[in-house]
Design a binder for this molecule. Structure first.
Ligand SMILES: [Zn+2]
Length: 223
């Protein structure tokens, strides 16, 4: 067992306590519907509080989790060595989404996820695309990342809104995919023991988006 592996096991133990303390925070940390393992749910940018940092839930984290939070917050970019090599996959995702075909969207999102993880030389993540977003008092669930130190981690995305059952707009869908991949990269690329929604995290998500969709205004509202 190398030091990284040991850290990962420690992380798996520590994650639950950090999660418990974060329950009252601005972001929802849910149990996966299947499998019962811990998952990280994203309910959309509407839940992002004011930009004053750190976010309010920081005070409720353990000292160890606060250290992870600060390390996450310090990194504002994930630089892709060859973003242009992924742009055909981004275009493919747009085409698939416009077709409204769930299987095509799942294949396209999976290929983009694979392209990103291979380019960054981290282990893969599986992408599953589901139909209508679950809706609850906390808002519509957009995406879910389930870390797993032993098996392939999984991202679940929903391609239709709960209210009107419309296909999610391309930029919103891509941003949600990159958000969930961002959680994966926190563990696998930045080697953080937990993945928090920090300002740095959202900046990394935006950095991926602007590299893949270079004409998009930085931080612009999804259309
Ligand atoms: Zn998230």
């Amino acid at each position: 067992m190398g030091p990284g592996e040991r850290e990962r096991k420690d992380a798996a133990r520590g994650r639950e306590s950090a999660r418990t303390q974060e329950r009252a925070g601005p972001f929802q940390f849910l149990r996966a519907i299947a499998g019962g393992s811990a998952s990280i749910a994203f309910r959309g940018a509407a839940n992002i509080p004011g930009r004053a940092m750190p976010f309010a839930y920081y005070d409720r984290l353990s000292a160890r989790a606060q250290d992870i939070y600060r390390r996450s917050d310090r990194v504002s970019e994930i630089r892709l060595p060859h973003p242009e090599a992924l742009r055909d996959l981004v275009a493919g995702l747009r085409t698939a989404l416009e077709s409204g075909d769930g299987k095509a969207v799942e294949v396209a999102a999976g290929l983009l996820g694979r392209g990103l993880t291979e380019m960054l030389e981290v282990r893969p993540v599986a992408v599953q695309v589901l139909r209508v977003r679950p809706s609850s008092s906390g808002g519509e669930l957009q995406g879910l990342y389930t870390p797993d130190p032993r098996r392939t981690p999984q991202i679940q995305l929903w391609m239709r809104t709960a209210h009107h059952r419309r296909v999610v707009a391309f930029r919103t869908f891509l941003r949600t995919l990159l958000h969930e991949i961002g959680h994966h990269l926190d563990y696998e690329y930045l080697k953080l023991a937990d993945s928090f929604h920090t300002e740095g995290f959202f900046r990394r998500e935006s950095s991926l988006f602007t590299q893949l969709v270079p004409t998009a205004p930085a931080g612009g509202a999804p259309v």
